[in-house]
Design a protein around this ligand. Sequence first.
Ligand SMILES: Nc1ncnc2c1ncn2[C@@H]1O[C@H](COP(=O)(O)OP(=O)(O)OP(=O)(O)O)[C@@H](O)[C@H]1O
Ligand SMILES: [Mg+2]
Length: 237
Amino acid sequence: MGLEISGVSVRFGGLHALDDVSIDARGGMITGLIGPNGAGKTTLFNVITGVQRAASGRVLLDDTRIDRVPAHRRARLGLGRTFQRLELFGSLSVRENIRVATGALPRSRREATVNQLLDRVGLGDVADERADALSTGVGRMLELARCLAAEPSVLLLDEPASGQDDQDTARFAALLTSLAADGMAVLLVEHDMELVMGVCERVHVLEFGRLIASGTAEEIKNDERVRVAYLGEEVPA
Ligand SMILES: Nc1ncnc2c1ncn2[C@@H]1O[C@H](COP(=O)(O)OP(=O)(O)OP(=O)(O)O)[C@@H](O)[C@H]1O
Ligand SMILES: [Mg+2]
């Protein structure tokens, strides 16, 4: 179960944004996807979710091929995603933001789900505050709660820790670990190497659209090509 991507290529004019990329993210674990700016991480998320067409390759969600399925149906098949830039309804309360996201659930279950999610992500205390009054770090928790409202089996997170302070990040890491323990496949794109190396069982590394390494966090930390790719940026600790 989980996500399996094989042989995905995307070109923008002469640029190979993704070149024959194959990675997976299994249910029950957190998988990292790292690489320098412009490596193709967000483009790969766009291919997985169906907002970017690939020139070649396959995407399997829970063993079913989804790369020809329209984007809106992929969400219903269990694919959840957060964005690099926060996309919240600023004038709605925290509770209302989550409520809107439960629209696909049976009406009778929605309110209980909202309360469970507020509790699970630790936003009960700010449930009635407007979303635009939240710090970015807390806003990211709300974005995750909105995503969880659709009950995804695979969760794609694009730089969820940017804007979080250390305390937010620690809470976020604990939450991701508990989601994986429930069986979810979590694919985490993140520049915060401490977070990636702390929570990911496996890590894939992209550079200029190519997969240059896949392995355990420990293997990736010690991989020579990875260290070279990150020269001038943050080298994995
Ligand atoms: N719609 C597009 N049209 C043309 N080029 C694009 C488009 N989207 C992305 N690119 C280019 O494709 C490459 C990969 O971009 P992408 O956003 O996937 O990188 P990324 O790994 O997510 O980077 P970052 O860490 O900065 O978010 C970059 O060179 C980018 O400029
Ligand atoms: Mg990106």
